[in-house]
Each structure stands twice: as structure tokens, then as C-alpha cells.
Design a binder for this molecule. Sequence first.
Ligand SMILES: *[C@@H]1O[C@H](CO)[C@@H](O)[C@H](O)[C@H]1NC(C)=O
Ligand SMILES: *[C@@H]1O[C@H](CO)[C@@H](O)[C@H](O)[C@H]1NC(C)=O
Ligand SMILES: *[C@@H]1O[C@H](CO)[C@@H](O)[C@H](O)[C@H]1NC(C)=O
Ligand SMILES: *[C@@H]1O[C@H](CO)[C@@H](O)[C@H](O)[C@H]1NC(C)=O
Ligand SMILES: *[C@@H]1O[C@H](CO)[C@@H](O)[C@H](O)[C@H]1NC(C)=O
Ligand SMILES: *[C@@H]1O[C@H](CO)[C@@H](O)[C@H](O)[C@H]1NC(C)=O
Ligand SMILES: *[C@@H]1O[C@H](CO)[C@@H](O)[C@H](O)[C@H]1NC(C)=O
Ligand SMILES: *[C@@H]1O[C@H](CO)[C@@H](O)[C@H](O)[C@H]1NC(C)=O
Ligand SMILES: *[C@@H]1O[C@H](CO)[C@@H](O)[C@H](O)[C@H]1NC(C)=O
Ligand SMILES: *[C@@H]1O[C@H](CO)[C@@H](O)[C@H](O)[C@H]1NC(C)=O
Ligand SMILES: *[C@@H]1O[C@H](CO)[C@@H](O)[C@H](O)[C@H]1NC(C)=O
Ligand SMILES: *[C@@H]1O[C@H](CO)[C@@H](O)[C@H](O)[C@H]1NC(C)=O
Length: 590
Amino acid sequence: MASTLSMLLCISVLLLGLCSAEDPFAFYDFEVSYITASPLGVEQQVIAVNGKFPGPVINVTTNYNVVVNVKNKLDEELLMHWSGVQQRKSSWQDGVLGTNCPIPAKWNWTYQFQVKDQIGSFFYFPSLNFQRAAGGYGGFTINNRVIIPIPFDTPDGDITILIGDWYTRNHTALRKSLEDGKELGMPDGVLINGKGPYRYNNSLVPDGIDYETITVHPGKTYRIRVSNVGISTSLNFRIQSHNLLLAESEGSYTVQQNYTSLDIHVGQSYSFLLTTDQNASSDYYIVASARFENETLWQRVTGVAILKYTNSKGKAHGPLPDPPNDEYDKTFSMNQARSIRWNVTASGARPNPQGSFRYGSINVTELYVLRNKPPIKINGKQRTTLNEISFSNPKTPIRLADQFKLKGVYKLDFPTKPLTGSPKMDTSVINGTYRGFMEIILQNNHTKVQTYHLSGYAFFVVGMDYGEWTENSRGTYNKWDGIARSTIQVYPGAWTAILISLDNVGVWNLRTENLDSWYRGQETYIRVVNPEATNKTELQMPDNALFCGALQKMQKPQDVTSLATSIKGNTSKLSFTVLLLLLISTMLSV
Ligand SMILES: *[C@@H]1O[C@H](CO)[C@@H](O)[C@H](O)[C@H]1NC(C)=O
Ligand SMILES: *[C@@H]1O[C@H](CO)[C@@H](O)[C@H](O)[C@H]1NC(C)=O
Ligand SMILES: *[C@@H]1O[C@H](CO)[C@@H](O)[C@H](O)[C@H]1NC(C)=O
Ligand SMILES: *[C@@H]1O[C@H](CO)[C@@H](O)[C@H](O)[C@H]1NC(C)=O
Ligand SMILES: *[C@@H]1O[C@H](CO)[C@@H](O)[C@H](O)[C@H]1NC(C)=O
Ligand SMILES: *[C@@H]1O[C@H](CO)[C@@H](O)[C@H](O)[C@H]1NC(C)=O
Ligand SMILES: *[C@@H]1O[C@H](CO)[C@@H](O)[C@H](O)[C@H]1NC(C)=O
Ligand SMILES: *[C@@H]1O[C@H](CO)[C@@H](O)[C@H](O)[C@H]1NC(C)=O
Ligand SMILES: *[C@@H]1O[C@H](CO)[C@@H](O)[C@H](O)[C@H]1NC(C)=O
Ligand SMILES: *[C@@H]1O[C@H](CO)[C@@H](O)[C@H](O)[C@H]1NC(C)=O
Ligand SMILES: *[C@@H]1O[C@H](CO)[C@@H](O)[C@H](O)[C@H]1NC(C)=O
Ligand SMILES: *[C@@H]1O[C@H](CO)[C@@H](O)[C@H](O)[C@H]1NC(C)=O
């Protein structure tokens, strides 16, 4: 019965030209539009998905084929990026300017990708035009297949918490500040799941702010997935009177350890196991507070949500639980980061233990030392750099230029170490060797923590320390249980070393997650090409690929008017498909 249904489903999907494997499909319709909201008590324009801020959680299982029809109802171009989802063999679906043409305003575009051999907690967000500062984000969960045991008891519930700094200015106003060469200044507060703080202090928090409440049953264990989806502020996350048992980080199971609080830098995701073992004499505060800011100057609201036991005897009250007492000493934070280890015996997405990939015994084939500096004027504009290069996005995406053998779109000459010359704008890309093993040193010469993200891969975090990296620093590397993840912080005046096994063909974005610095050019791409002519290591360009730049002429117009009605007409069909899928997966799992 189940197989007949899934065959039928697969045939109908085949007719649409989408069926690529026998693995299940999950369909989503994303209508991205502006709404008016007042998370901090000031009315402003916010980006919503299907009318919700944050958007819906994408909740799938290893090897699912995920189909997301994104309808751009904004007044500007859009690309949705699936941060941390690796896009095996298909940078075509990564949703950044180096690989995709933007979806024009009022158009729609359907992403389709398989979450091959992946598990973990991630999030999606709009990658263009500073839009993430206005929202448009949501959680992205990839569950283990039932046949692969997770390294802890099945939790009693699964909760997504998105935290992030926030400005009451809209994203176009923030963008304008940056264009005018101004800094953004301190954010106006911190949001938790798109909502402002619980009124923990009557003089600081105005009345009438809507806050997040998370309801739990006593004596249970919940998996809490927390991502920092904010603009540029590192946040300290903690729950009053509760331990956070760290269990997973961006797709790797960690050695399980209790933390009273954990620093979560911009773009990072973690799963904690929360045991509801307190007496519920009151509700408890869930806190996300700005890290490394001068509190005297900050005077801004902290992110505060409420953890409510079903048997709670009253409201949360009194002072918030203390943050780490080290405002001007980042050693505590760095030591905490170093304490996050890979559980080498746990299975990840596949049955074999995570640690069966012995990254510590592989020889490095190429080394890049990338140095970030504070913003500097280039051609009259305030810009940020890596190795003195401020990335200038090409009009034609790099991957598309390769496909059509266009010359002169980009250069494969990214410097392997910091240059001494004067900084410049350039479309300079890292030439990655397919099946090579790359070592990247991220050296932060700025006064602010930067987090770096690489698309297409999970890398191994093998070391971090203060000062300048030298070859001798390799002696301190963790060659055994360094965590594999996709987003890592680099403290000011310090370095972080990562190792990457370049087995995923495509063009992959390497960027700072700090939105202001990214907007000003602190990014590049790693291009990985298989020299052997084969269709096995990279998927074909999708049939619906958009064209722009030098290929603009190939783009067929989209009938925007008929679309509005066809999307409406198709919703019920799509929901039916989702229901069908749910039915099938339930039947299969019995
Ligand atoms: C996500 O999907 C899994 C597997 O289908 C299910 O067990 C779980 O309850 C879902 N989580 C949420 C938060 O809906
Ligand atoms: C736009 O949406 C329509 C209706 O859902 C769909 O048939 C079409 O394939 C989509 N277009 C693209 C380019 O994804
Ligand atoms: C590591 O994973 C194994 C295998 O699933 C599990 O039994 C063990 O408890 C985990 N160890 C820690 C310290 O988390
Ligand atoms: C965004 O902010 C700018 C500057 O405050 C304002 O002029 C503009 O109207 C705002 N846009 C919207 C759509 O709210
Ligand atoms: C509320 O915040 C103000 C301003 O930071 C501070 O002076 C005051 O002590 C706080 N009140 C309480 C009860 O914590
Ligand atoms: C973590 O703390 C909880 C209590 O909140 C305790 O039950 C558990 O044993 C601790 N686990 C570890 C690995 O320390
Ligand atoms: C509940 O626990 C708190 C400490 O977390 C303690 O101060 C309080 O006395 C306890 N209340 C009851 C009724 O046991
Ligand atoms: C924090 O800012 C205040 C106000 O500018 C200043 O007086 C104080 O020295 C600062 N604290 C530190 C430790 O820099
Ligand atoms: C790594 O390099 C060393 C020294 O050059 C060499 O002896 C060793 O065989 C290499 N290991 C691998 C796995 O290639
Ligand atoms: C890029 O690297 C490959 C080896 O992986 C090499 O063959 C090729 O010449 C390099 N291209 C450039 C432009 O340096
Ligand atoms: C930045 O680099 C300069 C020159 O090497 C050095 O003097 C300075 O201390 C560095 N600053 C940071 C924050 O790393
Ligand atoms: C890859 O697939 C395309 C389209 O099916 C085909 O034209 C091409 O010859 C294939 N290339 C190889 C090396 O098999």
C-alpha cells in the first residue's frame, strides 16, 4: 500500500521533472512578503514567510528531497540561502549571488535539493541586500533516519529558538547608513523567535511588548535548537536555574557536556538537551544577552523569553541570571569554544562513527591564511577586506559563467596569504583542488568578533588562539576530536584554523556572517572542479535556472499576473501532497 502510494507520488512528481531519487520528497511553499510588526514596541517593516516572522521550520529527514517554491513578494530581488545545509553536488541551489541569479521582485523560483547524508540544526535566511536584518529567516531541522540511533534518548519535544540582535530601523535604512560610510551603532535590542523581551525591568522594557513563552511539562527532556540569526552581535544564551546539555552543533554530535550558558556567535546553531527538573515555584527566564559590549553604553534590552512549566506556580521575577563576568576578557569564551568536542564514537547521518573520518592523519595540500581588517576606504567607499581584497560580486554568477564558458567574469587568483599592497575591489576566487585537503587560517585583525561560514561543507575546527598564527601554531592543533561544523568565530586579535576535505564539486561561498562586514565585501568563493569529465560528481544545471548579467538574454519573462492565481490554485494540491507524504512516512516508520 505504502509503496503503491509513493510510486504514484513519484510518478506524478516525475511528470513535473523533479524526481531524482527514490528518497521521499517534502514540499514547501514560501511566500516572502513585508508585514508590519513592532517587536521592540516601534512599528516597522519586517520580512515574513507565509505571513509569519520568523518563518516556518523546515523539518525533514536525512536524504529527503526538499522542494521549496519561493515567491518573492518584496519590492526587491531575493535569494533564499539554506545556511549550513551542504548542497552536496549542487551549488546551483545555494542561494547566494556567486551561484544563483537573484529572483526578481514579484517572481517565484523553486529550489530543489537533497539533504544527502546530513543531520542537524540549521536555518534559512534571505542572503541579499541586508534583508536578514528585517527577518525572513526560519529554522531548518534535519532528523536522523529511524534506523540510525541518536547518541541520547529520544527527547520528549523538539523546540526551535532563533535569537538575534535587532534594529528598529528597517533594512533599507540600515543599508543606506552603510552606503553612506556610517557604522550601524549598537542594536536596539535582542529578539527571541521574532519577539521582544518579557518585561523583566519596568523602566527598561515598555509595557505591551509581545514576548515568547515556551511551555514544557515537568520531568521531561527537550531538545532545544538555538541559532543566532542576528546581524552582528555575539550572544550569550542561558536558561535560569537550568543546565544546558550540549548535544549537537551544525550537523555534528558533540561530546555531551553541561553549560550554564553558551556563547552563540552570529550564524551559529546548537542543540541542547534541557531537563525540566526544577520545582516550578515560578516561570524561568530564557536569556540571550549581548556579549563583549560595554554594559554602561549598551543600556539596551536583552532578549528575554519565558520557560513555563505546566505546573508553574507564578511569574518569573527578580534579576536575570548573570552573564559570564568577563566583559573585557575573551579568554573564558575562547576556552568554552575549545571545550566543544566531536563525539567520535557517535553515528551522524550514517551508521559508521563520526570519527571514522580521521581528519588528523590527512596531509594538507593547500594553505590559505586569510586576514580580516577593520573597514577601510576603497574608491571612496567604506569597504571590508580579506587579504586586502574586497569582493565585488560579478553580474553573472560564477557557476553560471563556468557553465557557459564565459571568460573574464572572475579571477582564480585569490592570494594565499595577506598582501602588503593597497586594498582593492576584485572578483577574486580561491582555486580549490578537487579531493585536496585545505587548511585555512582565519586571522582577525579587527576589534570585533567575526564569524566565518563556508557553504557546501562542514570543516574541522582544529585550533584557535590569540596573536599571529605561525607554522609552529600547528603544534597546538586538535587532531582527534575537533568539531565538524560550518560556522566558526574568530576573536579579535586572534586566529582560528580549519581543515576542509574538498570533496564537494561546485562554487562555495566563504564569508563573514557579520552582516555589515559581509555587505561591505568580506567574502570570497572556493571553486572546486572535477577535472575528469563526468556527470557523477555534480548535478546538472537545473531546468529552471535563472539567467542574468551576460546571459540575461536567455531569460524568458515570467508571467507575473497568471502566477498570482496559479499559486493560489496550487496550494491545496500541494498541501494534499504534503499530507500524502506524511501518511507515507508514518506508514513506513511503523
Ligand atoms: C519533525 O519531524 C519529525 C519526523 O517526522 C517528527 O518526529 C517531529 O515531531 C517533527 N518536529 C516538529 C517540531 O514538528
Ligand atoms: C512558480 O510557481 C508555479 C506555481 O506554483 C510553478 O508551477 C512554477 O514552476 C514556479 N516557477 C519556478 C521558476 O519555479
Ligand atoms: C558519544 O556517543 C556514544 C554513542 O552514541 C554515546 O553512547 C555516548 O554517550 C556519547 N558520549 C558523550 C560523552 O556524549
Ligand atoms: C524605511 O526607513 C526609511 C528611513 O526611516 C523610511 O523613509 C522608509 O519609509 C521605511 N520604509 C518602510 C517601507 O517602512
Ligand atoms: C532596570 O534598569 C535600569 C536601567 O538599566 C536600572 O538602573 C535598574 O536598576 C533596573 N531595575 C531593576 C529592578 O533591575
Ligand atoms: C547535566 O546536568 C543535569 C542536571 O541538570 C544532570 O542530570 C546531568 O547528569 C548532567 N550531565 C552531565 C553529562 O554532566
Ligand atoms: C524551588 O527551588 C528553588 C531553587 O531553584 C528554591 O529556592 C525554592 O525554595 C524551591 N521551592 C520549593 C517550594 O521547593
Ligand atoms: C564603558 O563606557 C563608559 C561610558 O562611555 C565609560 O565611562 C567606561 O569607561 C567604559 N568601560 C570600559 C571598561 O571601557
Ligand atoms: C603525508 O606526508 C608524509 C610526509 O611527507 C608522508 O610520509 C605520508 O605518507 C603522507 N601521508 C599520506 C596519508 O599521504
Ligand atoms: C587551479 O588549480 C588546478 C589544480 O587543482 C590547476 O590545475 C589549475 O591550473 C589552477 N588554475 C589556476 C588559474 O591557477
Ligand atoms: C592588527 O595588525 C597590526 C599589524 O600587524 C597589529 O599591530 C595589531 O595589533 C593588530 N590588531 C589586532 C586587533 O589584531
Ligand atoms: C552529462 O550530461 C549531459 C546532459 O545529459 C550530456 O550532454 C553530457 O554528455 C554528459 N557528460 C558526460 C561526461 O557524461
